[in-house]
Design a protein around this ligand. Structure first.
Ligand SMILES: [Cu+2]
Length: 175
């Protein structure tokens, strides 16, 4: 029950600019309703939507095994890991670093596993500007095929504490 009873005839249909803005908003809703399913099928940046439950401890073990198997070098204290084309590649997010540095080949596909050991992070590849959520407890698998060579930065785009701005990683793509 409300405090005041509405007076008879309280509703007045919108007119002028208000009516126009409601119309614009409604039209935009209709455009998005069509565009979102369309881009799901025809866009070229779709996530695979493949994910599995995993505990942080299990995930660190898989990452450690991955590093041990394919490590080829080291940069600024981080292992450089070069998985063979088609292989599973692992990336671990935690406050406030990405492990390891991945070295991939242009034009080859990899199954990239991403997960977090502590809290929600955001996996964003720059400068291509792709963005994925990284959640503890879930192993999210992306099919990744680099289309250009070079050095790409990974930045965290979910605020994750005092060191958030320092949380950067690297993916190296060779010809
Ligand atoms: Cu983060």
């Amino acid at each position: 029950m409300s405090i005041q009873t509405l007076q008879e005839g309280w509703f007045k249909a919108p007119v002028g600019a208000e009516r126009a803005w409601i119309g614009i908003a409604f039209a935009w809703c209709m455009v998005m309703t069509v565009a979102m399913p369309y881009w799901h099928f025809y866009g070229k940046q779709n996530a695979t939507g493949e994910s599995y439950r995993v505990t942080p401890i299990e995930y660190t073990q898989r990452v450690a095994k991955f590093i041990e198997t394919y490590q080829t070098g080291e940069i600024s204290g981080f292992p450089i890991v070069e998985p063979p084309p088609g292989a599973d590649a692992y990336l671990q997010a935690q406050m406030w670093k990405w492990t390891p540095v991945l070295k991939l080949k242009k034009g080859q596909s990899y199954r990239l596993h991403i997960s977090s050991l502590d809290l929600n992070h955001g996996f964003s590849i720059q400068p291509v500007n792709m963005s994925f959520q990284v959640l503890p407890g879930y192993d999210h698998v992306l099919t990744l095929t680099p289309t250009s060579a070079g050095e790409f930065s990974i930045v965290c785009n979910e605020f994750c504490g005092i060191g958030h701005h320092l949380m950067t990683g690297r993916i190296l793509v060779t010809e």
